[in-house]
Design a protein around this ligand. Structure first.
Ligand SMILES: [Zn+2]
Length: 255
């Protein structure tokens, strides 16, 4: 009893790292595997902090031994590192890298991965979109947020991202997305123009102010091509394909 008391006093007076030493002292031995594991862990944390790229073996290690120290800041540095480098999506090495990185985030903390990636999306749309797409990280709520923040084009691109499983709650939010597009206000207008000899002519003015033939649903200007809601033919196609997906999902839930 006296002995235990004395030991406690010593532990309290020790610094944190020394307490660990005392605890370790009670262990009979440390296996070489545990030691190697710890060294690899340290090495990886150091590398990540120095914003250096990890090799496949290190990614595998991380996958099997998630490091809780790999906090928000470290994720930030990953995002900064890989996205700022303008990832070349055709490069197999880079694809492996993106996949490893996002697999890790998805497996260790999917909510954080989704939060981070969608937050970074407007700054680095191409690279982040690739990661979301490869890893099937569709998040209807994040798409609503993008739409509400005015990132319509990016939000439309995200409609094609898939998800491993869809819930009824997902379906609800997906319907909300469709509703959002249906309620889009007109950005362009139809106008009556006085032509030669006082004859009136109907024209379509696109959201960017280009004058078009009344029957042109999409602006005839090659670089514009917007309809009255500010959507291009491609946007409309993507939205329709999403509507089809949502409708099919609804039927699957109902049957
Ligand atoms: Zn136009």
């Amino acid at each position: 009893m006296v002995c235990w008391f004395t030991k406690s006093i010593i532990i309290i007076n020790y610094k944190k790292s020394q307490v660990k030493d005392v605890n370790t002292a009670s262990k009979k031995y440390i296996s070489n595997d545990i030691l190697k594991n710890e060294l690899t862990k340290k090495h990886i944390i150091k590398k990540v902090r120095a914003k250096k790229k990890l090799v496949q073996d290190e990614w595998n290690f991380l996958q099997q031994n998630p490091i809780s120290d790999l906090s928000e800041n470290l994720i930030d540095s990953f995002l900064y590192n890989y996205f700022a480098l303008k990832i070349n999506s055709d490069d197999e090495k880079e694809i492996v890298l993106i996949r490893n990185f996002s697999n890790y985030l998805r497996d260790t903390d999917p909510k954080r991965a989704i939060d981070k990636l969608y937050k970074t999306l407007p700054d680095e749309p191409d690279a982040v979109f690739k990661i979301l797409e490869i890893n099937k990280l569709f998040s209807p709520q994040k798409i609503i947020n993008l739409l509400e923040s005015g990132f319509t084009e990016i939000a439309i691109s995200c409609l094609s991202i898939e998800k491993e499983n869809y819930t009824k709650d997902d379906l609800k939010v997906m319907n909300k997305i469709i509703k959002h597009f249906e309620l889009l206000k007109d950005k362009g207008e139809f106008k009556k123009l006085k032509g030669l000899l006082g004859k009136q002519k109907d024209i379509y003015i696109c959201p960017n102010g280009h004058s078009n033939h009344i029957e042109s649903v999409f602006c005839e200007d090659f670089d514009c091509q917007q309809n009255i809601k500010g959507l291009t033919r491609k946007d409309v196609r993507k939205i329709n394909s999403f509507k089809n997906k949502v409708e099919t999902l609804r039927l699957l839930f109902d049957n």
